[in-house]
Design a binder for this molecule. Sequence first.
Ligand SMILES: [Zn+2]
Ligand SMILES: [Zn+2]
Length: 313
Amino acid sequence: MRITRREFVASTTAALVWHTFVSRSSFGQQPKSTRIILLGTKGGPRVGEAGRSNPSTLLLINGVPYLVDCGYGTSKQLLTAGIALNRLRYLFITHHHSDHNLELGPLTYNAWITGLPFRLDAYGPPGMTKMARDFFSYLEFDINTRMVDEGRQDPRKLITTHEITRPGLVLANDDVKVSSCLVRHPPIANAYAYRFDAKDRSVVISGDTAYSPELAQFAKGADILVHEVMYLPGVDALVKRLPNAKRLREHLMAAHTLPEDVGRVAAQAEVKTLVLSHFVPGDDASITDEQWAEGVRKNFKGRIIVGKDLMEI
Ligand SMILES: [Zn+2]
Ligand SMILES: [Zn+2]
C-alpha cells in the first residue's frame, strides 16, 4: 500500500507509525503473499491509552483479508491499515469476551454501509448467530429505513455465521487451510486458537489462554506464533487501583500466560518467530519492550517481536 504525499501529511500519528513499519518491513524485498498486521494489541475490554487498540489481528492472504477478533476500534484500525471495509471476507472470533467480539455487529454494519460487493463468513464459538441477529434487531429501524430510502441490499443476507463446536478444520480454500484448537481460558470453555497454513507461511494466533501445552502442539513448526502475554508486576500495579482487585487478579492468573510460559510454548512448538500481542496490562506505558520480552527470552531462543498496533510482520 502506498501513501501519497497529501495523505501522508494528513495522516494521524498512528498512520505515521504504520507507514514507518511498512516501509521498513517491505524495503528491498518482494511483498509476501501472506501479510500479518496487528490492528489492536491491548488485552482487556477497557478502551485504553498508551497507543494500543483493543484486540484484532489481520492476515492478508493473496490480498484477501482474514480477520481474527474484532475488539472496539477494529473498523478504524482496518481503515488506517489501508483496508476498505467492504473488502472484509472472513472473520474468526477466538472467544466471546468483548475485547474480541465487540465489533462483530458494527464491523458488519460498517462494511455493508461502505457498499457492495460485500460478503462475510464469520466463524467462532456458539453464540455467533444470535449475536448477529441481535445486532440487526438493535439496528432494525436504521437498516429498514436505508433499504427503502437508499435502495440498499439487506445486510442480514450478506453475513453467514458458522459456529465452531469442536476443534479441527475450520475452512479450506485454494489459498489457506484454517484450523482451530481449544485453549485454556477459564471460565470460558469454548476458547480457540487459530492456525492458518498458507502456501508461503504458517501463522498461529493464540487467542486468550493460560499456559497451554495443547497450543504448543497445535503450533508445532509454524513460522509465526502470535501469543498473548501478561506481565505480573504490571498486573499488580493495576489491581492495586481497582475495587475488585482480588477477583480480577485471580481471573487473570487463571486465564492468561506469563512471559516465561509464553517462551515455553514457543520453544515447545519450535516456531521461528514469536510475536507478543494482547498485552495485559495493555495501557501501562511504563512497561518497556525489554520488560515484556525478558521473561520470554529465558525459555525461547528464536526471534521475539514485541507487537505494536499497525505493525506488519
Ligand atoms: Zn482478551
Ligand atoms: Zn478473554
